[in-house]
Every structure is written in structure tokens, then in C-alpha cells.
Design a protein around this ligand. Structure first.
Ligand code: CP
Ligand code: NVA
Length: 333
């Protein structure tokens, strides 16, 4: 393929073919090798990008900043509440203004519809850095990490435990369906992905020789899994008063040593991060005080244990976001 993604937006994985997703994973591996070898790759010298964040971030922001700088670009970060967008200027107008100054726009915020509108009105590529419904850049990093640790993707069994209706779970289900990975959403019925998305993913998975399943028994979800994945129980933008309900619903799905023992012996533990695996955060300490639990979606021993690949996954955010920017900004030859 010759610059197959040149000029494209990166809004959700459903917009991409399995070949295109694989191309991004391969390109990420290539850029990672160059970075490790100290080989410069300033392919976009003279270009500039802007990062619009309506929610907070560590990994995604730093990945766009470092990735952008490694590619030779100037980077502007607009933090939550420091731009006019939404309050004094519509998304449509913001898109047209920023497109006149920048070569690419990253957006993290609330409804998926917003990033879609931003892209529709923008004349430069728009990259989704997380919405309430999807977290597509996370998935390129996760797929690269799985491939690095397990040597392949197609045919593996991935189980997501806990809040299986959130952005990360949704995107993981799509990524698995596209790449022929069997996906299991393991959580309570109240927190399952939408039937529409499940049905879409089941059709895609069938084309790629894989299955999409829902299960509410944690032991069943762990048995034979190659990848055990979880995320926080309350996502950004959700109200604080749902913690009690979420803890009640999701405690049975905490990934513990006992669950890991049921999985494939070479299984890996994954988490997009940040994670509540101890009480060393303000929220973690408050929850411990209020509800008497010191770890939430994953036990501290699994998080810190030998099967955990969470920091490789975090590092890969940078290499893969760099690949998404490079692929969409490169000129067609
Ligand atoms: N995983 C992830 O998106 O992390 P941040 O919220 O820190 O960007
Ligand atoms: N589901 C989490 C992911 C954070 C990277 C959230 O939206 O807060």
C-alpha cells in the first residue's frame, strides 16, 4: 500500500479495514524500532498540530506531544476550558479556524458526535484521543503490545472484565472483531456494550473467523483467555454518585491472582491506565475510606505481577499515536 491513509481522519476503528489497522500496527513497530535505534524520523518538519482536550490526560497528551515532536512538528496543547470551543464558538467554526493554522487536530472529549462534526468541518486530519463511546488510538497500542508479547493476534482469546460498556471496551471489541480475535465481554448485564455494537461486531468477527461473546461469570471469562483486560469502573465525565452502584456491580469482576490462574499459562494482563490498584491516589484513598476496599478493577498483586504488561502498553501509546499521525499526514507519492 502506498500512503493508504494519507489525508484520512482517525475517529473510530469501524471506519478502517483489517488491512489498514494492521498497516498502522506495522508502521508503529517500524517507528518504535527507529526511536530505539536513535534514528531520526522528522518526516513532518515544518508542520504543526493542535491538541484539544476537554478531559484530562497523561498518556494520550504526552504521546501526541512527544510523537509530534519526534516527527519534527510544532505542537499546541489546549487544556480543558482554555479554548473557546463549545462555550463561545461552535465546533464547526473551531474546526474551520484550526484547519487554517494547523496540519492536524487531536480531540479528546465527550460525545463521539463532536469529534465527527469537528472532522466534517476540518480540512486537515482529525484524530480521536478518546470520547465517551470510543478510544481508538488506545487499540493500536494494545494490539501492538499483544503482538509483541504473544507473537500473533488472530485466533487469540481476549476477555474484558468489568464496565464492558465503556469507551475502551467498545473499541477493544471492534479491534478484536476486525483482527480475527475472539472477544469476551465479561461483566454484569447492566454494563454490557450496546446490542447494536455487539451485533455489528459479531458480523465483522464472523467475516474474520472470530467470535464476540458476552458473559456474566468472571471465572468463565478467565478460563483459557490469552489476554485479561480491564479498565476503571467509573469513567471521566460520569457522576461521582455512581461509585457505590458500580462497586456493587463490578467487584465480582476484579482481576485477581485466582482469575489469572484460570487463564492460559502465558496470559497477559492489560489495562489502558490510569488504574485504581492501590490507595496511592486521592480517589483510591477516598473510596477506601468510604467503601473499605483498597483495590478496585485489579488487585495490586496482578497489576505488579509478572503477567502485567501495562507499562509496555503505555509506552506503545506514543509509538502508535506517532504512526497514526505519520500515516494520515504523509503525502501520496
Ligand atoms: N490510557 C489513556 O488514554 O490514558 P490518559 O487518560 O492518561 O491519556
Ligand atoms: N474509560 C476510561 C478510559 C481512560 C483512558 C475513561 O474514559 O475515563
Amino acid at each position: 500500500m502506498n500512503a493508504p491513509l494519507s489525508g484520512r481522519d482517525f475517529l473510530k476503528l469501524l471506519d478502517f479495514t483489517p488491512e489498514e489497522i494492521t498497516y498502522l500496527i506495522d508502521l508503529s513497530a517500524e517507528l518504535k524500532a527507529k526511536k530505539k535505534a536513535g534514528e531520526p524520523h522528522r518526516y513532518h518538519e515544518g508542520k504543526n498540530i493542535v491538541l484539544l482536550f476537554e478531559k484530562t490526560s497523561t498518556r494520550t497528551r504526552c504521546s501526541f506531544e512527544v510523537g509530534g515532536m519526534d516527527l519534527g512538528m510544532g505542537v499546541t496543547y489546549l487544556e480543558p476550558s482554555s479554548s473557546q470551543m463549545g462555550k463561545k464558538e461552535s465546533i464547526e467554526d473551531t474546526a474551520r479556524v484550526l484547519s487554517r493554522m494547523y496540519d492536524g487536530i487531536e480531540y479528546r472529549g465527550f460525545e463521539q458526535e463532536k469529534v465527527e462534526i469537528l472532522a466534517r468541518y476540518s480540512s486537515v486530519p482529525v484524530w480521536n484521543g478518546l470520547t465517551t463511546e470510543a478510544h481508538p488510538t488506545q487499540m493500536i497500542a494494545d494490539m501492538l503490545t499483544i503482538r509483541e508479547h504473544l507473537g500473533r493476534l488472530s485466533g487469540l482469546n481476549v476477555t474484558f472484565f468489568g464496565d464492558a460498556q465503556n469507551n475502551v471496551a467498545n473499541s477493544l471489541m471492534v479491534a478484536c472483531a476486525k483482527l480475527g480475535i475472539n472477544f469476551n465481554a465479561c461483566g454484569p448485564e447492566e454494563q454490557m456494550p450496546s446490542p447494536e455494537l455487539v451485533s455489528t461486531c459479531q458480523s465483522i468477527a464472523a467475516e474474520n473467523g472470530a467470535s464476540i461473546r458476552l458473559c456474566s461469570n468472571a471465572e468463565e471469562g478467565a478460563r483459557g483467555a490469552n489476554v485479561l483486560y480491564t479498565d476503571i469502573w467509573v469513567s471521566m465525565g460520569e457522576p461521582d454518585d455512581i461509585w457505590a452502584e458500580r462497586i456493587r456491580l463490578l467487584e465480582p469482576y476484579r482481576i485477581t491472582d485466582e482469575l489469572m490462574a484460570l487463564a492460559d499459562p502465558d496470559a497477559i494482563f492489560m489495562h489502558c491506565l490510569p488504574s485504581f490498584h492501590d490507595t496511592k491516589t486521592t480517589v483510591g484513598a477516598e473510596i477506601a475510606d468510604k467503601f473499605g476496599i483498597t483495590e478496585m478493577e485489579v488487585s495490586d498483586s496482578v497489576f505488579e505481577g509478572p503477567q502485567s504488561v501495562v507499562f509496555d502498553e503505555a509506552e506503545n501509546r506514543m509509538h502508535t499515536i506517532k504512526a497514526v499521525m505519520h500515516a494520515t499526514l504523509m503525502d501520496k507519492e
